[in-house]
Design a protein around this ligand. Structure first.
Ligand code: PLP
Ligand code: COI
Length: 338
């Protein structure tokens, strides 16, 4: 096998041995098949290509000290994919089928699950696309579900080190009653703003709500949370993705005796936060060093010494310990791959 530098992986695509697929046709889901092909043929009028009738997911598998492979919150990802399906009129993939596909693809690519010591993980990317031809704006009749995997390191190259983020008021990620709450193929809407932020030296864009430009929404690829005193505060919004990492952190914060607040967060309030972070499967917790509102010439500073705050660190360590099997899985978040 080619040698992989497990400890220095970035977040990217690496070919693995197999991916799995499942076709929806004539009103029903077929069997799961395994292939080593990384491509497929598709009709030029497929709805995913023109109208973005596509949903995806993201989760991770971790290798523990005991050598066992643990998948984090698989059922939650199955449920969110079903919600995305309802959001853009695709047939819901049953949870059992989803789980079977995930377990199959992880087992088949076991040799790509990074070793415990590396701190890396196996990213699992399920996607569901409309494949049959339409020219009018209508849902497809046929669909393809694929799951591939890739060993990954941190999403932001700095890893668990605070980075600056930017508010760019001329861009919106998602509309208040649009598809921002689903994990669907509309991420192209965030590419220009993301690129601009990178050019200016920021790790990501922190979006405000699109209607009033008053409240914090989320980052391009992750939810936002702030810490003030003993409170974990995270936005309530119809245009953000319900992050499974954020949901888990809220539970862990509660377990630590913190108060959890899910509500609108006016931009000005972030100036009162002791700590702030972005959270997601890929991002894990990415502490935020500073948020610059470039159009309003305002800056909110959370870390001056280049170190994460103590609560971010505690939450990060707890989450990672559960994911790698170092601490007991008291909330039944883990599926061990047998
Ligand atoms: N927000 C957006 C827009 C995302 O793409 C993601 C990534 O999945 C998240 C938040 C974090 O969600 P999760 O923690 O379920 O990965
Ligand atoms: C994830 O965290 O799983 C994501 O999907 C984020 C990003 C890569 C879109």
């Amino acid at each position: 096998m080619e040698s992989i530098d497990w400890s220095n992986l970035s977040f990217g695509y690496m070919p693995t041995d197999y991916n799995v697929r499942c076709i929806y046709k004539d009103g029903k889901w077929g069997d799961i098949t395994v292939t080593s092909s990384q491509t497929f043929e598709i009709h030029m009028a497929a709805t995913c290509l023109h109208y973005g009738q596509e949903a995806f997911e993201g989760m991770k598998a971790f290798r523990g000290k005991d050598g066992k492979i643990r998948i984090f919150r698989m059922d939650e990802n199955a449920a969110r994919l079903q919600s995305s399906c309802r959001g853009i009129m695709m047939p819901e993939l049953p949870t059992e089928k989803f789980n079977e596909a995930i377990l199959t693809v992880v087992k088949k690519n076991e040799r790509f699950v990074p070793p415990y010591e590396s701190g890396a993980s196996l990213y699992i990317r399920p996607l569901l696309i409309g494949t049959s031809a339409q020219v009018g704006v209508k849902p497809a009749k046929e669909y393809l579900f694929i799951v591939f995997v890739s060993p990954v390191g941190p999403y932001f190259k700095e890893g668990f080190k605070p980075t600056p983020m930017a508010i760019l008021r001329q861009y919106d990620r998602a509309a208040p009653l649009g598809t921002g709450r689903y994990k669907v193929g509309d991420y192209a809407a965030s590419l220009v703003a993301g690129e601009k932020a990178h050019e200016l030296g920021y790790s990501a864009v922190l979006y405000l709500d699109a209607k009033e430009k008053k409240y914090i929404d989320e980052c391009g690829p992750a939810n936002f949370f702030g810490i003030r005193g003993n409170s974990y505060i995270t936005p309530k919004s119809t245009s953000i993705l319900p992050s499974i990492t954020n949901k888990s952190l809220m539970q862990l914060a509660e377990d630590m005796g913190m108060t959890v607040e899910v509500r609108q967060i006016p931009e000005d309030e972030i100036g009162t936060f002791d700590e702030a972070g972005a959270c997601g499967t890929a991002a894990v917790i990415s502490p935020i060093a500073r948020i610059d509102d470039l159009d309003e010439n305002k800056s909110y500073i959370f870390s001056k010494d280049g170190k994460p705050g103590p609560i971010c660190e505690k939450l990060y360590n707890k989450l990672r310990a559960i994911q790698y099997g170092d601490e007991p899985d008291t909330h039944k978040w883990i599926t061990i791959v047998e």
